[in-house]
Design a binder for this molecule. Structure first.
Ligand SMILES: [Fe+2]
Length: 231
């Protein structure tokens, strides 16, 4: 039998490690703590206990701050590359065809059981979470993990639907690790408590076509690889 597979509406996560994280970690932490707001102003009902957050222009202000924002500015550069890599892999296009536009970005500093309830990020296409300091985040016991929920609503679990068996996937933050995911995914940050704070930067992006390339011609060129013959 000859059979073709068409994987429609697949959900992909991407994970990238910043090998230079240790060199910039302390500078990034200093800038983030100096950028903390006195109160939660965005979605306050979804956030609680010991959660603090910065303004929502963290990356942009760090870039403008020059040397003071050096650590966070380098994280911004890393995140832009990470998103570009994910987007190009997922859409089977090359990096010179797109331009990643950073929208809002912010840091969360958690301790004393600070949490962020289930939510997604509207008005963007790809989102990221960069872990500046994981603290004592762990899966056992559950402490400060990010939980991502299935976008599917299937409730039938038989031998044919084993690949849908888990309705959530947990990610344990690690220093210098960026995760990139599509904006439609619901996710949460479970309560965190530890000797050191848990510090992450989150952000939203949109992807524009690079005005220097012919996007439509490019898409025709790559359309042929969208179908994969498996047998
Ligand atoms: Fe989020």
């Amino acid at each position: 039998m000859t059979c073709e597979v068409f994987d429609y509406w697949t959900t992909s996560f991407y994970m990238a490690e910043n090998e230079n994280h240790d060199e910039i970690k302390q500078e990034a932490l200093d800038y983030i703590y100096n950028s903390l707001e006195s109160e939660i102003v965005v979605a306050p009902r979804a956030k609680g206990e010991g959660l603090r957050e910065t303004n929502f222009e963290l990356f942009h202000r760090a870039k403008e701050a020059d040397t003071a924002g050096y650590g966070v500015g380098l994280i911004y550069d890393f995140c832009i590359k990470g998103v570009a890599t994910a987007v190009c892999h997922k859409n089977k296009i090359s990096v010179d065809e797109i331009s990643v536009k950073m929208l809002d970005s912010w840091a969360h500093v958690s301790n004393d059981y600070g949490y962020h309830d289930a939510h997604n990020h509207p008005n963007c296409s790809w989102c990221g979470i960069y872990c500046v300091q994981a603290g004592e985040s762990s899966s056992e016991p559950l402490n400060g993990i990010n939980r991502f929920y299935s976008p599917l609503n299937s409730t039938t679990i038989d031998s044919g639907s084993g690949y849908l068996a888990t309705n959530s996937n947990d990610y344990v933050p690690k220093d210098g690790i960026l995760i990139v995911f599509p904006s439609y995914l619901m996710h949460s940050a479970l309560p965190y408590s530890g000797k050191n704070d848990r510090v992450v930067i989150s952000f939203n992006t949109i992807i524009e076509e690079n005005p220097l390339t012919d996007y439509k011609e490019s898409m025709k060129k790559y359309a042929e690889v969208l179908t994969v013959k498996v047998i």
